[in-house]
Design a protein around this ligand. Sequence first.
Ligand code: ZN
Ligand code: ZN
Length: 54
Amino acid sequence: MDASRLSAECAVAREDDGLRELHARCRRAEDVPVPHGRGLILVHRCPCSCHTDP
Ligand SMILES: [Zn+2]
Ligand SMILES: [Zn+2]
């Protein structure tokens, strides 16, 4: 994974378990319309695994 692409929040959160809540502040994910009209989804602009569905 290219850690340099992480948001500042996620970079810090990955370094320190005590700061995991910072993942929720990541600004590199945003709601955008889905092309086929199925509503909104989070687009993951940040490669942090916290944004990846299991
Ligand atoms: Zn994250
Ligand atoms: Zn992130």
